[in-house]
Design a protein around this ligand. Structure first.
Ligand SMILES: [Zn+2]
Length: 351
């Protein structure tokens, strides 16, 4: 279905057709590899194919659709975060595209689209996809793909029912891992948001030029664990009969998990104290941590936060003449982007 060097317009058309025809079941064939459940500690739930030990097998593309979850905020003061992504590569060498939901301490939930590419864009990643501002909110159906289109060039695409985004990225290394993920932060510093569930469909990866459904690939099922107590926060279901769909279910947000050893009271208070500097720009930056090892997260976030703040201040204050003509959010009175489907500030749907 997907091949290398597809013209950008063509690949976007394919995504659009899939978005419209999502109810059509894929042909089923016999599963070649039985999925294994990965029981290591993890900040990720979903499915992974890993050919790190079979370097002749190159991951040259990934495709997937999902619906942005509606985040439940039990207490308005609770800060929580979750994000969904397609990722090729891992560690400090990957390309990713996805959506994030960040519940702030004032009770609003910010819905974002983002991409990331490392190491080429380490200091900037993840990058908020501002082209999709106002178009990604609770319940939005998302189609996304990452495609290798030349030896050192990858195309990333994301579409919604109303609009699309496409960008070419330079990335030279060969990649051997593909992942469809629901994630929290690696270091557990922000609790997992209650996303209820996220279902992925049309999960395909292109291996050495051949697009193949998830169930025919050597896949691993990942569960999301609490880092400290090793209990389950999100559970991943089996691949459905279509061979390319699965659901990740929310289990619990954060400790206390049902394990005997509770942390001392003083430490618990420190850990549950919400970060005081969380703001708009940090929403997406927090998402970066999920892809990285914990030791690197703080360094990257600190550097990225400073640079992002510098950039965000002027960009948000530009074009006052235009924004003054735009409608305001009925819930939070923020200025809405023209033709916006959602408020970028609070996630409110625009009727
Ligand atoms: Zn609003």
């Amino acid at each position: 279905m997907l091949h290398l060097a597809l013209p950008k317009l063509y690949s976007l058309v394919i995504l659009s057709v899939l978005l419209i025809s999502s109810g059509i079941a894929s042909l089923t064939t016999q599963r070649v590899f039985a999925p294994t459940i990965k029981t290591l500690r993890s900040s990720e739930a979903g499915y992974k194919i890993d050919y790190t030990n079979k370097t002749s097998l190159n991951v040259e593309g990934i495709l997937g659709f999902w619906t942005v979850p509606i985040i439940r905020v039990p207490n308005a003061s609770d800060v929580s975060l979750v994000f969904e992504s397609l990722t090729v590569g891992f560690g400090a060498d990957y390309i990713s595209i996805g959506t994030s939901q960040f519940a702030e301490s004032n009770g609003t939930v910010k819905y974002r689209a983002f991409y990331a590419n490392l190491p080429e864009n380490t200091s900037q990643s993840p990058v908020r996809i501002t082209d999709l501002n106002g178009m990604v909110g609770p319940g939005t159906r998302i189609g996304a793909q990452i495609l290798k289109i030349a030896s050192d060039t990858w195309e990333i695409d994301m579409i919604t029912p109303q609009t699309s985004f496409s960008l070419n990225l330079v990335h030279a290394s060969s990649l051997h891992v593909a992942q469809w993920l629901v994630q929290s932060l690696t270091d557990g510093s922000v609790p997992l948001a209650n996303f209820n569930f996220v279902s992925f469909d049309h999960a395909n990866a292109t291996i050495n030029g051949v697009s193949t459904r998830l169930n025919l690939l050597d896949n691993e099922r990942l569960r999301l664990f609490d880092q400290s107590n090793n209990c389950n926060l999100a559970d991943t279901e089996s691949i459905t009969a279509s061979g390319d769909s699965f659901t990740v279910d929310f289990v619990r947000a954060a400790p206390p998990c049902p394990v005997p050893q509770a942390l001392p009271q003083v430490q618990t208070q420190n850990q549950t104290k919400p970060p005081q500097i969380i703001n708009d720009s940090l929403t997406i930056l927090l998402a970066a941590g999920g892809f990285l090892v914990a030791g690197v997260v703080i360094t990257i976030l600190s550097a990225a936060l400073i640079s992002a703040r510098r950039k965000n201040i002027p960009s948000e204050s530009t074009t006052p003449a235009l924004t003054s003509m735009n409608a305001l959010c009925k819930k939070c009175s923020s200025t809405l982007k023209p033709n916006a489907r959602f408020c970028d500030n609070c996630g409110q749907a625009v009727l």
